[in-house]
Design a binder for this molecule. Structure first.
Ligand code: SAH
Ligand code: SF4
Ligand code: F3S
Length: 456
C-alpha cells in the first residue's frame, strides 16, 4: 500500500488523536496502522475523545446496526468541544467510508476527512490537506493498493500480531456487502509473509493471527491454486508460539490444510468455520457453494485429525424465505456439531446485494423467536464445552485483568476460551501481560473458565 512518507517532518506534531474501531479483525489490523502512521507524523494518542484534536472512526457496514451506531456517534460529536484548538478534525474510514465516499459528508456536515479501505496510507496527507485548505476531503478508490502491512505500525498488544495474507473477497454470498467494500481477492506473495513471520518471531511476539476474508483461497490469484497449507506450514514453524487464522470458508477448506493444522502444535486447536445455515435450500440461496453434507464431512475430518479441536461458527437467522423447517435444520446441525462459540446474527438487508431484492414472508416476531431459541442452545453448548476443561491445566496467554475484578488476570486458552485466575498477592498485572502461564481450572461458566495459577 502506498504510504505518503513525510521525510522525517512531523506534520501533526503537538496534535492529539483518538480512534474508535468497529467491525472485524480487518479494521483492528488497520487501526494499528493508523496509530503507527499518525504517531510517525507526530500525533500523540489520548484515551478520551474530549482530549482529541483528531478523531478517527474505522467503520463497518456488514449489518444495519453497525451503520446506525456510527451515524449516532458521529452526529453526537457536535456537542463535544475539543480541549484545545478551535475544531476537532473528524475522519471516517473503513467500510462505510469506502461505500459512501463524499456522500457521507452531505449527511454528516462535520465530517472532515473520508477515506476508503484502499486509501489508508494517505490518511496523514488527507488530514494535512484539510488543515491547510479548510475544506472537507474524501478519497476512495476501487482497487486494492497493496497491503497495509507495508505501513508503519503501533501494536495494540505488543505480544500479538495480525498478519494479513490476503484482502478482498470473490464469493459474493447474496446477503453480504463485504466484496463491494473490500474489493476482489488479492494475495500477498508468500516470500513477504515469510519475511514478516520470521521478523515477528525475532521480536518475541507470542501469538499471530493470519487474516483474510477467506484464507482458504489464499494464493488462487497468484499461483493458480490455493496454497494456504504452505502459509500454515511456514507460520507453524516460524518460532511464534501460537498461530491462529480467520476466516475459513467451508467450500475451500482442503484436506492438506487440515493436515497442516494437525502437524504443528503451534497452530492452536481452534477453527472458526462459518456455517450460516443448516438448510441446503437456504445455503444455495445464499450462494455459499457447499451443502450440509460437505460441512458435516469437514467436521468429521477435523475431529478425526485434531481430536481436541474447538469449533466456532457464524449463523444468520431469518435469511429471506427461511421457513420454520429451514430454521429447525440449522438448530439441529448446531446441536449436532456442538460449538465452543457461535456468533448469531439476525439477517440484515444490505442495499445493493442480491438478497435485498428477495421477498421474505416471515414476520419480525417469528425471526426473533427463532433467534432466541438458537441463542439459548448456543449458551448451553458453550457451557458444556467449557465444562470439559474442569480439572485440566491449561496454558493461558495473559491479556489483561478481568473486567469484573482487577485482582484476576484474564487471558486465552489454546481453544480461545477466556480464563481468569487470581493474581498472586503483591503481584501486578504488568508482570504477567503477554506471558503464557498455567492455570488449573476449578470452575467453568458459559463465557469463561476460572482457576488457580500453577507451575508447569
Ligand atoms: N468472510 C467471513 C465473514 C465476513 S462477515 C466469512 O465468509 O465467513 C461476518 C459474518 O457476518 C458472516 O459470517 C455472516 O454470518 C454475518 N453477516 C454478513 N452479512 C450479513 C447480513 N447482511 N446480515 C446478517 N449477518 C450478516
Ligand atoms: Fe461475505 Fe461470503 Fe465473502 Fe464472507 S465469503 S466476506 S460472507 S461474501
Ligand atoms: Fe465490517 Fe468491513 Fe469487516 S463491513 S465485517 S469491517 S470487512
Amino acid at each position: 500500500m502506498n504510504f505518503d512518507e513525510t521525510d522525517g517532518q512531523k506534520p501533526l506534531a503537538r496534535m492529539t488523536y483518538w480512534q474508535k474501531t468497529f467491525g472485524c479483525q480487518m479494521n483492528e489490523n488497520d487501526a494499528e496502522r493508523v496509530a503507527g502512521m499518525l504517531e510517525m507524523a507526530g500525533a500523540l494518542p489520548v484515551s478520551t475523545l474530549e482530549e482529541a484534536d483528531i478523531a478517527i472512526f474505522l467503520t463497518c457496514c456488514v449489518r444495519e446496526k453497525a451503520d446506525e451506531r456510527l451515524m449516532g456517534q458521529v452526529a453526537s460529536l457536535k456537542n463535544i468541544p475539543p480541549a484545545h484548538g478551535d475544531k476537532r478534525i473528524v475522519c471516517v474510514g473503513g467500510c462505510i467510508g469506502q461505500r459512501d465516499g463524499e456522500k457521507l459528508q452531505q449527511q454528516l456536515k462535520h465530517v472532515d476527512v473520508v477515506f476508503g479501505t484502499h486509501n489508508l496510507g494517505h490518511l496523514v496527507r488527507l488530514i494535512e490537506r484539510r488543515m491547510q485548505t479548510g475544506t472537507a476531503v474524501a478519497e476512495t478508490i476501487e482497487s486494492n493498493d497493496g497491503f497495509s502491512s507495508e505501513l508503519p505500525l503501533h501494536r495494540d498488544k505488543p505480544w500479538h500480531a495480525w498478519v494479513p495474507i490476503m484482502t478482498g473477497c470473490n464469493n459474493f454470498c447474496t446477503y453480504c456487502i463485504v466484496p463491494y467494500v473490500r474489493g476482489r481477492e488479492a494475495s500477498r506473495p508468500i516470500e513477504d509473509i515469510e519475511r514478516e513471520l520470521n521478523g515477528l518471531a525475532a521480536q518475541g511476539v507470542k501469538e499471530l493471527t493470519l487474516l483474510g476474508q477467506n484464507v482458504n483461497s489464499y494464493g488462487r490469484d497468484l499461483y493458480g491454486y490455493p496454497r494456504f497449507a504452505d502459509v500454515l506450514n511456514i507460520a507453524g514453524t516460524c518460532g511464534v508460539e501460537r498461530v491462529r487464522f480467520v476466516t475459513s470458508h467451508p467450500k475451500d477448506l482442503l484436506p492438506e490444510t487440515i493436515e497442516a493444522m494437525a502437524a504443528h502444535p503451534t497452530i492452536m486447536p481452534q477453527l472458526h468455520l462459518p456455517l450460516q445455515s443448516g438448510s441446503d435450500r437456504i445455503l444455495s440461496a445464499m450462494n455459499r457453494k457447499y451443502d450440509t453434507a460437505r460441512y458435516r464431512s469437514l467436521i468429521a475430518t477435523l475431529r478425526e485429525k485434531i481430536p481436541d479441536i474447538s469449533l466456532s461458527t457464524d449463523i444468520i437467522v431469518g435469511f429471506p424465505g427461511e421457513t420454520e423447517k429451514d430454521f429447525q435444520a440449522t438448530y439441529d446441525l448446531v446441536k449436532e456439531v456442538s460449538y465452543g462459540q457461535v456468533f448469531t446474527f439476525i439477517y440484515s438487508k444490505r442495499a445493493g446485494t442480491p438478497a435485498a431484492e428477495m421477498d421474505d414472508p416471515a414476520t419480525h416476531e417469528e425471526i426473533q423467536d427463532r433467534f432466541d431459541r438458537l441463542v439459548a442452545l448456543v449458551q448451553e453448548q458453550a457451557h458444556a464445552e467449557n465444562a470439559k476443561e474442569l480439572g485440566a491445566t491449561v496454558p493461558v496467554l495473559v491479556e489483561g485483568t478481568s473486567k469484573r475484578d482487577e485482582r484476576f488476570l484474564a487471558g486465552k486458552s489454546p481453544k480461545n476460551q477466556t480464563v481468569h485466575a487470581p493474581l498472586p498477592a503483591g503481584a501486578t498485572i504488568d508482570e504477567y501481560l503477554g506471558r503464557i502461564v498455567n492455570v488449573k481450572v476449578d470452575e467453568t461458566k458459559t463465557w469463561y473458565l476460572r482457576g488457580q495459577l500453577v507451575d508447569a
